[in-house]
Design a binder for this molecule. Sequence first.
Ligand code: SAM
Length: 240
Amino acid sequence: MSHLRRDELEILFRQAGLELSDSAHERLVQFLELVIHTNEQLNLTAITSLEEGYVKHLYDSLAIIGLPEFARADTLIDIGSGAGFPSIPLAICFPGKRFTSLDSTQKKINFQAQAAELLGLQNFTTCWGRAEELAHSPAYRESFDLATARAVAQVNILLELALPFVKTGSAAVFYKGKDYLSELESLQKPLAVLHAGLDRAISYHLPDNLGERAFVVFQKQQPTASAYPRKPGVPQKKPL
Ligand code: SAM
């Protein structure tokens, strides 16, 4: 595994004032191998090589660790987590935080549950269903210190899916590609309706010139009205 960019990952941890332990690193690679291997049967991700997955899945998932919103959060929900990104790498490295990983595709959630068991993750729970429905469940509504979503939908749609899950005063952080700026142009209405504010956007580079990415950070200012999120499919068909 020496060709994988552990040095870059270590720098990321050091910049956040943290250290990446050998055992966490071993389990990160074990998880990635499991994703790549299982992909042959389940079609979990478009990435098929360990080298690319190391940067585009592991490094990218963990790039959030330096954000104060992440550092402060004890309970996190990852919406549309697919094969478990970013939630499983984060859960491996931060055993003191509790992660809930939500996806509407059953085979992906089953994969995540099996992977978590294999890795012995005690701080990780899976949840199968649509964000539009689960956000109305009292067990999940306004319950989390942070919501994340990577590669799930446009920002205006994500706001409606994610903000109902977080407590007032807490944040939602979306992982975006380099062309995210146009998605921030039409947020006036969703932000007003959902009582939230755009805090900031932070660009970063993946190692090995594998691309530019950004975090877009929103703060929830008041509780979400009970009408939101709307019924499954409506936030996507008729974005606020
Ligand atoms: N976050 C993962 C990643 O970055 O690799 C997966 C991204 S994948 C492109 C998007 C995932 O979001 C899919 O697994 C899909 O099932 C899930 N998804 C999309 N809309 C959803 C919704 N409304 N509720 C729950 N899951 C959703």
